[in-house]
Design a binder for this molecule. Structure first.
Ligand SMILES: C[S@@+](CC[C@H](N)C(=O)[O-])C[C@H]1O[C@@H](n2cnc3c(N)ncnc32)[C@H](O)[C@@H]1O
Length: 412
């Protein structure tokens, strides 16, 4: 496993003082007192606050069960079945080959979570939260993939104790293992089943392709590609984004750089889409090899967060090197909330990346500092419609050139 980096401390902007600390300590004592709880639930004016907080704590405790209900619905393809038409318990028992008494517990739980809802004659239909899951194979692939994370998280405290044996998630993402572990794995694979290693790369690349359309939608809705000629996607997977971009902006040449096993998948994908004349897939490692030249825009999508700081610095420097003066870097990935912002799934991503064994969630400010260190200027956050999916940062290799003012679509 690679070393895990520490996050930089949030800036508090003078919001803490000895007085604030004393007040905080007083509030802590007050909020944890039984007397306050009893008073608050008996008072009609404050009861709703206490109820809401109790519900939130209950949800924190029950969250793992909720995830398992969702996983079971996906594995049993219940949401797809009821999306076709509402179904009775008996029909669903036939569909899932489960005894009705057990299945009913799952269906009632899914009802409570809004995955299903109740239709006429006691049949189950698609609920408001079940609809996006039934409608998107990418969401279902992600939910199924999380079984790997749950396996590692059975003992979260043991997981925090530090890199020992690489867990199931670290094995799933072969490039997060350190070089010795990768070499050992490769040697094993060579002896036992040469196929197995390639299959690992194909498996995660398929998962990335299935989940990437949401991210691509965010980028296409937020950034104009009109002024660019050649785009290079670093760590571009099997080329889902580059193919979509090439079809979206017909004037563009697209290039992709990824590990050899994955670049081969991208080349085949470009060929399937009839994009051979407008695309290139380059094999290599951005930690060791020079990136292909000639692109005036480089994209780095969902790559930095699963790499340690030192590797992110290496790839950003390589991108800066590969760009011509005036070139642009577009970096997009889930980012940590800045101090005082509404949480966007941070708790989830911190543990997912811990289970991967490499990388960390960074705030936009931290990423921009790393981009600036690599030489990029005119750093900006590009507002996008659904920041939970991804956030977008832009930097330029400007060297005194003025910034083009109208590249962003206004999503504020
Ligand atoms: C989380 S995936 C994201 C893929 C794609 N950008 C997306 O958003 O779907 C990270 C990608 O970085 C690639 N990658 C990881 N380490 C790499 C390295 N050292 N050199 C080149 N590519 C690498 C992986 O093969 C994978 O395709």
């Amino acid at each position: 496993m690679k070393t895990l980096d520490l996050a930089s401390l949030p800036q508090t902007h003078g919001r803490t003082s000895p007085w604030a600390d004393r007040l905080g300590a007083l509030m802590d004592r007050w909020m944890t007192s039984d007397a306050l709880y009893r008073w608050s639930v008996s008072n009609p004016l404050t009861r709703w606050v206490t109820r809401r907080r109790a519900r939130q704590v209950f949800d924190l405790m029950a969250g793992f069960v909720y995830s398992q209900v969702l996983l079971a619905c996906v594995r049993l393809r219940i949401l797809e079945a009821v999306a076709e038409r509402p179904r009775s318990l008996d029909e669903l028992a036939q569909w899932t080959h489960l005894p009705p008494a057990g299945l009913q517990r799952l269906l009632q739980s899914a009802l409570a979570l809004g995955l299903l809802n109740l239709r006429s004659q006691g049949r189950y239909g698609l609920g408001p939260l079940g609809a996006p899951v039934a409608g998107h194979a990418g969401i279902r692939a992600m939910i199924e993939h999380h079984a790997v994370l749950y396996q590692d998280m059975q003992d979260p405290v043991a997981m925090l104790q530090g890199p020992g044996q690489a867990g199931a998630m670290a094995q799933y993402w072969p490039y997060t293992l350190d070089e010795d572990a990768q070499a050992a794995q490769a040697a094993q694979a060579a002896q036992a089943q040469a196929q197995a290693q390639a299959e690992k790369y194909a498996r995660y690349s398929n998962l990335m392709s299935a989940s990437q359309p949401f991210v691509v939608d965010e980028i296409l809705a937020s950034y104009r590609f009109d002024d660019h000629q050649v785009v290079l996607d670093v760590g571009g997977g099997q080329g889902t984004f580059m193919s979509r971009l090439a079809l979206h902006a017909k004037h563009l040449q697209v290039k992709l750089f990824d590990l050899p096993e994955v670049a081969a998948l991208a080349r085949a994908n470009f060929a399937r889409q009839g994009l051979e004349s407008r695309s290139e897939a380059h094999p290599g490692s951005f930690l060791k090899d020079t990136l292909p030249q000639g692109a005036d825009l480089v994209t780095l999508i969902r790559v930095a967060h699963d790499h340690p700081d030192a590797d992110v610095r290496t790839v950003l420097a390589a991108i800066y090197e590969a760009l011509p003066p005036g070139g642009t870097l577009l970096l997009s990935e889930p980012m940590a909330q800045e101090q005082g912002e509404t949480p966007q799934g941070d708790a989830y991503f911190h543990f997912y990346l811990l289970a991967m064994g490499a990388g960390r969630l960074r705030t936009p400010r931290e990423l921009m500092a790393m981009m600036a260190e690599a030489g990029f200027s005119h750093l900006e956050i590009v507002p996008n419609p659904m920041p939970l999916q991804t956030q977008i940062l832009i930097g330029r290799k400007c060297q005194g050139l003025p910034l083009k003012p109208d590249s962003f679509v206004n999503n504020n």
